[in-house]
Design a protein around this ligand. Sequence first.
Ligand SMILES: C[S@@+](CC[C@H](N)C(=O)[O-])C[C@H]1O[C@@H](n2cnc3c(N)ncnc32)[C@H](O)[C@@H]1O
Length: 156
Amino acid sequence: MNLQTFKIEWAIPEDEQKWLKQHCIGKTLNFPCGQSTIGYRADIDKTVYPDKIANLNNPLKYFTPWSFDTVLCDPPYFFYSKFKWLQDLKKIARKRLILCTPAIWVYLGRKTWKRRIFAISHGKLFMKIYQIFDRTNQPLTIWLDFSNLVQKTVIK
Ligand SMILES: C[S@@+](CC[C@H](N)C(=O)[O-])C[C@H]1O[C@@H](n2cnc3c(N)ncnc32)[C@H](O)[C@@H]1O
């Protein structure tokens, strides 16, 4: 199972946090949060005092689909060797998913998600990559079941 507790060298610098805050729209889930202070904070490591102790290997055990406008996710990079957790995590995001990634092309589904890629340098050897995905205007389809009358409602 993927799990590594927080290391101080993972902490996001203040200017990068400011930039991230500007891109978090509405109610934000910050998972895993480490020491960063943005939004509702979830992490496996209790020493970073998260609002919720949660395991990223199984996000839907802790959060319901569409329960946050933005989901911000900066996991240890080894998480990107498997993708089941990500398929589940994206369901929690109503509008936007922000991923800090290694140099890989994350595939979420081209019809549903529009991608922007940002590279951030702090003047060090390595750059950080953020892939920001916005849901396209796919209508949310809800089925309301009133005994024998089934009505389909489309919300734009
Ligand atoms: C790259 S750090 C996040 C750094 C954060 N952005 C910051 O500014 O401090 C990755 C975080 O993932 C957490 N983590 C590792 N394995 C996890 C798991 N299975 N479930 C939830 N969190 C996990 C670690 O505790 C760590 O805080």
